[in-house]
Design a protein around this ligand. Structure first.
Ligand code: GLV
Ligand code: MN
Ligand code: MN
Length: 413
């Protein structure tokens, strides 16, 4: 079987998809259920129809495009990723796995290959936490990690519930039905840019992921006392933002205190009320991201941040409330998928490196319901979640070729 990837078409589709965006190019912003997300989904569905795939969408907008195997009753082989993009992101995060997955299927179709198991492309809804403050929304629901009460429990910054937003986007039905059975997929493989610089530095074209680090999120609100920026004397203040600034530094200190390079702590969102230059901040909301490959060590950091919040609240006379949004365990990739990907890489003459994913992906949750693995390709300087994110056509082509080869093996078993 000769698999030929149409790299030119794939790269131009990645480019075209980046045009569905709320930000000026080269930046991409595509928020789940927003107008650009909706248009991008319609465009992707038409590409899937063109490839003669059977398309269905579930109640939260996860999109499945299936190439029926000769034994359609068998658990399928899945591949895919996400197309939502955080504010001012690049064009490769997630999209390489979706459009690369589609091209892998088309390449297999062109080669004359006939799969035993069905091969299915999966577009996950809202991998990014932009709208609902929690990542991997679609795959959490697919794996039964979120319950159907999520419909009212999750709101965006404007106070619109998940139910309202998904209904307005055309997705109805019970969230409970989104859950896939443990026998739905026999294997799941996600292609993604590395988002780090190990592959590029070592000039290795392929990363074979063995483990995905454990993410956690916290929402911290600080309630102080507002007032006039000139009239309230410094000794009389309970400035919520000054307390929040100490909390931000405590997050950094706590993450660094483990001494492990796998521990990361970030405060990426901060809202200040009332938000006027001549008004003392009365209330601040921080959103905190903590990750580690070691779950227990990650949990120690979360506790340390909580303790720091208590101390800072006491010292500054403000009220600090800490809400744990999520604290997920890490995922181990399946030995079967790792060895299949390695076998394909050897056949294609592609060198590889086994590696940990420090970023999270929908595969973190797919690993709960299916043997799961990931293929990484290098991206320039490891840059991601920025408009200058870049993966070369050559890297994308190699990753897609490897994906196609691995899918063919998995769908034949
Ligand atoms: C995914 O986008 C992540 O933040 O790891
Ligand atoms: Mn991302
Ligand atoms: Mn991603």
């Amino acid at each position: 079987m000769q698999i030929e990837i149409d790299g030119g078409r794939l790269v131009s589709e990645i480019e075209e998809l980046s045009g569905y965006s709320d930000a000026e190019p080269p930046a991409v912003t595509r928020v789940v259920f927003g107008p650009s997300d909706k248009m991008a989904r319609g465009w992707l569905a038409s590409l899937c129809h063109e490839a003669k795939l059977a398309v269905r969408e579930d109640a939260v907008g996860n999109l499945f495009a299936r190439w029926a195997g000769m034994r359609p009753e068998l658990p399928a082989v899945g591949t895919g990723s996400h197309i939502d993009a955080i504010p001012y992101a690049g064009k490769f995060d997630g999209t390489v796995g979706v459009l690369g997955g589609l091209e892998a299927i088309r390449a297999l179709q062109r080669s004359g290959f006939r799969p035993q198991r069905s091969i299915e492309l999966l577009l996950f809804t809202s991998e990014e936490p932009t709208r609902f403050g929690i990542g991997c929304f679609g795959s959490r629901l697919l794996s039964g990690t979120l319950s159907d009460s999520a419909d009212e429990g999750f709101k965006d910054a404007e106070g619109r519930t998940l139910r309202e937003l998904r209904t307005a986007a055309g997705y109805s039905g019970s969230l409970a039905e989104v859950r896939l059975s443990d026998s739905y997929y026999d294997a799941f493989v996600e292609l993604h840019i590395e988002q780090g610089q190990l592959l590029e530095k070592e000039a290795i074209p392929i990363g074979v992921v063995t483990q995905i680090a454990a993410p956690a999120g916290m929402r911290i609100s600080v309630e102080g006392e507002g007032g006039h920026a000139g009239a309230v004397l410094m000794d009389d203040r309970k400035d919520a933002f000054c307390a929040a600034a100490e909390i931000v530094l405590a997050v950094e200190r706590s993450a660094r205190s483990t001494g492990a390079r796998d521990t990361c702590g970030t405060v990426g969102k901060c809202q200040i009320y009332p938000g006027a230059v001549n008004s003392i901040p009365s209330r601040v909301l921080l959103e905190v991201d903590v990750r580690d490959t070691d779950e227990a060590r990650r949990n120690d950091v979360l506790r340390e941040i909580e303790n720091a919040c208590e101390q800072i609240a006491g010292k500054r006379g403000v009220a600090v409330k800490v809400e744990l949004v999520n604290a997920d365990p890490p995922a181990q990739c399946s030995g079967k998928i790792i060895s299949t990907v390695i076998e394909s890489a050897d056949e294609l003459g592609l060198s590889y490196k086994k590696m940990v994913s420090r970023a999270y992906h929908d595969s973190l949750f797919m690993a709960r319901i299916a043997p799961t693995g990931m293929i990484f390709i290098p991206c320039r300087k490891g840059i991601s979640h920025r408009p200058d994110e870049y993966a070369s056509p050559e890297s994308i082509g190699k990753g897609t070729h490897l994906l196609a080869s691995a899918l063919a093996k998995l769908a034949s078993a």
